[in-house]
Design a binder for this molecule. Structure first.
Ligand SMILES: [Zn+2]
Length: 165
């Protein structure tokens, strides 16, 4: 079966012409795809360590929803038993605190990078989000300012993070 799988946004513009004002419908092109049927992500597509994942946008359109569902079902990568390494930051040895996992359930820790990421922003943030890509691509590891950075990332109800939930 062929068809439009998903349309997230539709814009309506009014244009003046010989017949007066006319609506012009514009579909956001990156959100429209013709697919035979939804394909399912394979086990190989699911990467446990958030520091080793490819951006969702780099996967074929028809498996992205399946990928998102599988990552959501799996939940954030929170290796509580890990021996978190110390880094010397501002006169002190500091490291990731396990308690942060409880307080910020979106938090994911990468064992390979010793950095944290946000599961929801990884799965749902779009490329023009505000607030940069620290919690999606670069990774955060300034353990001195952990809590402050996490609260900032959560932001107000209208923040890009909240929009991803
Ligand atoms: Zn987020």
């Amino acid at each position: 079966m062929y068809g439009i799988k998903q349309v997230h946004r539709m814009y309506v513009w009014l244009a003046t012409g010989p017949g007066g004002l006319k609506p012009i419908w514009i579909l956001a092109p990156e959100k429209v795809a013709f697919v035979e049927k939804e394909s399912l992500a394979s086990d190989d597509d699911i990467i446990g360590d958030p520091g080793l994942r490819k951006p969702i946008d780099s996967y074929p359109f028809e498996i992205r929803d399946s990928l998102r569902r599988r990552y959501l079902a799996k939940g954030p990568c929170q290796p509580v038993g890990h021996e978190f390494p110390f880094t010397f930051i501002r006169e002190k040895n500091r490291r990731f605190q396990v308690a942060w996992f409880k307080d910020y359930e979106w938090l994911e820790y990468s064992v390979s990078k010793d950095k944290v990421y946000c599961l929801y922003c990884y799965l749902f943030a779009n490329n023009n989000r505000s607030g940069g890509n620290v919690f999606t691509e670069i990774g955060f590891n300034n353990w001195k300012d952990g809590r402050r950075a996490f609260v900032n990332h959560e932001g107000s109800p209208g923040s890009s993070h909240s929009g991803c939930r």
